[in-house]
Design a protein around this ligand. Structure first.
Ligand SMILES: [Zn+2]
Length: 347
């Protein structure tokens, strides 16, 4: 079968190649891949900047944003032939740590977790893959190919869940939300904020392309100025860029008792001056919280599936900005002006 593979650590080593059928030890559920979304992590892996091959192997099958159709599943496992499923990305560490043992491998404490398509486990960008029933989440067929958005949506479903759990420390009723970055993660974070009845503002740099319209059509407002202008008084800031200035700005402008949620990963080495003493005074005297969140567990995939099912399906369609057939998969990696989420299609 065909698969997109890479030699982790080696730039431009990505290949569409024939590999053996998925081994039975990966699990009793056999899935036919329908589509795989491409994100920044895939680009980093293909540039040799991140990624780890499975133990004993030189190459890694990439792809962690998946959508597939079940071809075989054991009776009574909760999945049936014909179901459409999305694979959970992070799997528990072998020890396991207390978090992984509790089904929260997104919170793994020893770093020995694996992530399909990213770290020590083959991903979903192969024509077929195998998995265990607990690592596949069924999606509503009416979502259609929009189900490929479930994995990025699970990341923001977790972020929102964590924000609400932190908020539950007091009688907090957030109203205003600032989302920094209008990429797929920022747009889905804004969607989940609007679904919660909150007033959502989204800050990005671009003034044209699909982002401003997508934000407006959610019922949120689009901003291109400073964090201060866009977000003053925000009860929640969802930082989706990893940009040092936006992170610093978010901490400065968040409202008293507010929560700053960091989801972006900073890539550079730049140093900016930060007045920690001033930041300390603000955070202590205003009871603010800054926290980070990464990936998602099965519970978040299920929450995300519910959010996507109730969203405007036409709006979700616009997030999938390009469909690239498998044999031309490298086209999906070249960023185009109208890109939101490019997807590689397998059928
Ligand atoms: Zn763990």
């Amino acid at each position: 079968m065909r698969a997109i593979t890479v030699e982790p650590g080696k730039p431009r080593s990505g290949l569409l190649e024939d590999i053996p059928e998925p081994p039975v030890e990966h699990g009793p559920v056999l899935v036919k891949t329908l589509a795989v979304g491409v994100c920044g992590t895939d680009l980093e892996i293909l540039e040799g900047a991140y990624g780890f091959a499975p133990p004993g192997k030189a190459r890694l099958v990439i792809g962690h944003e998946s959508l597939g159709e079940v071809l075989e599943a054991p009776a009574g496992c909760g999945l049936e032939k014909g179901d459409w499923v999305v694979g959970v990305v992070r799997h528990p560490d072998p020890v396991p740590c207390a978090s992984c043992a509790a089904g929260e491998c997104d919170m793994c404490r020893n770093g020995q977790y694996s992530e399909r398509g990213i770290k020590s486990a083959d991903g979903y960008a192969s024509e077929r893959y195998r998995t265990r029933p607990e690592h596949a989440v069924a999606v509503d067929r009416k979502l259609g190919e929009r189900g490929v958005l479930l994995e990025p949506a699970s990341v923001v479903a977790k972020a929102w869940e964590q924000i609400e759990r932190i908020g539950a420390r007091t009688s907090w009723k957030p109203q205003r939300v600032l989302v920094t970055g209008a990429g797929p993660i920022g747009l889905l974070a804004a969607l989940l904020g609007v679904q919660r009845g909150l007033e959502v503002r989204v800050l990005d740099r671009v003034t044209d392309g699909p982002k401003p319209g997508l934000v407006r059509d959610l019922g949120a407002t689009y901003h291109t100025g400073s964090v201060q202008e866009a977000g003053a008084g925000a009860d929640v800031v969802l930082e989706c860029t990893g940009d040092d200035r936006l992170i610093h700005g978010a901490m400065q402008i968040v409202a008293p008792v507010g929560v700053v949620c960091l989801t972006g990963i900073s890539m550079g080495e730049r140093m900016i001056p930060v007045d920690i003493q001033r930041l300390n005074r603000k955070m202590v005297l205003e009871n603010s919280v800054v926290f980070g969140t990464v990936t998602a567990n099965r519970r978040h995939f299920q929450a995300a599936a519910a959010s996507l099912s109730t969203a405007d399906q036409g709006w979700l369609d616009r997030l999938i900005s390009r469909r690239v057939p498998l044999h031309r998969w490298t086209d999906a990696l070249v960023r185009q002006p109208a890109d939101v989420k490019p997807v590689v299609t397998f059928v």
